[in-house]
Design a protein around this ligand. Sequence first.
Ligand code: AR6
Length: 171
Amino acid sequence: MAVCIEIIQADITTLAVDAIVNAANNTLLGGGGVDGAIHRAAGPQLVTECSALGGCATGDAKLTKGYQLPARYVIHTVGPVWHGGGQGEPQLLQRAYLRCFEVAREHGVKSIAFPAISCGVYGYPLRDAARIALTTAKQVAADDDFQRIIFVPFSEQALQIYQETARRLNL
Ligand code: AR6
């Protein structure tokens, strides 16, 4: 079956998919932004499960249940903090996306939704990050493991950037 790459402006916590991705930090113990929203919506059992995971390295990903979320699982990843682009940020961001796909595959996830990892508090320029996110998804989609790969820009401006980037990549 052909994989469908979708761009949906939404609050990621509302999506009924197999897995939503969390843009977490190395502790996995919660934070602001999308991380805070996911923990609030999932309920307190999420941080209990997270606290047994021993944190997460930048560029890695770990899976938990979704608890009160409509999504079955949460895949917690840690993107790089933007320091100007010369400290391996693009490679680390791509690795974070790839690890999410790998972990998803290991758990039979067929539909997965991503926020703009690193593009809030961590300061990654959205245009560059969207190109990495969509290019990586296009490569993964060619393997045909997933039914839906969804990107979830939170603002109207982010939506436009994702849409432009998708057009440029012929998605
Ligand atoms: N649904 C979808 N996207 C969202 C939502 C939401 N409910 N809320 C925010 N965004 P950020 P980071 C967007 O800062 O840059 C946390 O404190 C937001 O507009 O959440 O990877 C963690 O604990 C932005 O485009 O994640 C870490 O300490 C994108 O999600 C740190 O922030 C990511 O912004 C991680 O920073």
